[in-house]
Ligand binder design. Structure first.
Ligand code: PHE
Length: 337
């Protein structure tokens, strides 16, 4: 038995020494160490030995196994990287077992990007403001004084007064105007918060894109032209808009703006409650009081502002009937965009 072991050692060393490629070496390894290899066979045949000889020979066999394993390992390295990878028996060109899907943007992010793109094309630049705001930026500077009844309609999450979660992106109008001089053309996308009960059309958090322009002699027709161009780029060439008189403290005059129903083209259907129109934003000419709050001369400067609901636009564009779908993180929904 011992002789046989010596012979295996001798021949294995010689063959390993002579191996010229990783493949050849692998074949040798299988021949000796594989499941039916010489070495394995030898170990199996040890059971026929008398009890007292087994430990000695067993120890020798184990030492040889360790020696050969080391030899195979160091020899494989001499064949360079390519052979080494082959030998590791991992085929890195095989597709993975996991279904690896590429991630993509959330539908809300996509709509915001599209809105940004359209306004950047018109010369607007992007600004952002904090989501945790003060009463001053969310209300006072926007001509909504403390006791003003309109403050009720902007239901608000207060943190600890005067800190609050902003209920509108109009705050960014003030922050930008405080820091920069006109002329200005700015859009400000971001999250806003309102303590609304969650249902198919309400969420306590949603997104708005604020937009405003300040220059000399800005007219209502500039606002109209800009928004109708936006509607056509967003919803298609046939999209029309209409202005309905409304009230906002920070614009005067103010309007709510509707887009012709993208489902029925204005004929009337369930989506638009047979009105033919869908509300998408609030807008108006910047109130001189706002200019005063930021130190602009209202005699000199004019401007318009608008604020649109991003979820609303996404729902119209994609035909989605429940706002909650955007925030539930259901991949079956999100993967469709
Ligand atoms: N901030 C208003 C809102 O959240 C929208 C708006 C913005 C209206 C700018 C007019 C001008 O409802």
């Amino acid at each position: 038995m011992e002789k046989r072991l010596n012979k295996i050692e001798e021949e294995a060393l010689r063959e390993i020494e002579a191996a010229k490629s990783g493949e050849e070496l692998e074949a040798i390894r299988t021949r000796y160490m594989g499941r039916k290899g010489y070495f394995t066979e030898f170990l199996k045949s040890m059971k026929d030995l008398p009890q007292d000889q087994r430990p000695v020979l067993g120890a020798k066999a184990n030492a040889l196994k360790a020696k050969l394993t080391k030899l195979f390992e160091s020899k494989i390295k001499t064949f360079g990287k390519k052979e080494g990878i082959l030998e590791s028996s991992v085929d890195i060109t095989m597709p993975g077992a996991e279904d690896m899907r590429l991630g993509h943007k959330h539908p809300i992010t996509k709509i915001i990007s599209r809105i940004n793109e359209i306004f950047i094309g018109l010369g607007f630049k992007i600004a952002e403001g904090p989501e945790i705001e003060t009463e001053y930026y969310n209300f006072e500077a926007l001509n909504i004084p403390l006791e003003h009844p309109s403050r009720d309609v902007f239901d608000t999450f207060y943190i600890k007064r005067p800190m609050l979660l902003r209920s509108q992106t109009s705050t960014v109008q003030i922050r930008v105007m405080e820091n920069e001089k006109p002329p200005l053309q700015v859009i400000a996308p971001g999250k806003v918060y309102r303590p609304d009960a969650v249902d198919a059309s309400h969420s306590f958090m949603f997104h708005q894109v604020e937009g405003f322009m300040v220059d000399k002699e800005i007219k209502f027709s500039d606002l109209k032209g800009t928004l109708s161009l936006f509607a056509r780029q967003m919803f298609g060439e046939d999209a029309k808009i209409r202005f309905r008189p409304h009230f906002f403290p920070f614009t005067e005059p103010s309007a709510e703006v509707d887009v012709s129903c993208i489902m029925c083209g204005g004929k009337g259907c369930r989506v638009c409650s047979y009105k033919g129109w869908l509300e998408i934003l609030g807008a108006g000419m910047i109130n001189p009081k706002v200019f005063e709050a930021v130190g602009y001369n209202p005699e000199k400067w004019t401007g318009y502002a608008f604020g649109m609901g991003v979820e609303r636009i996404a729902m119209l564009k994609y035909g989605i009937n429940d706002i909650r779908l955007f925030f539930e993180n259901d991949l079956r929904f999100l993967r469709q965009f």
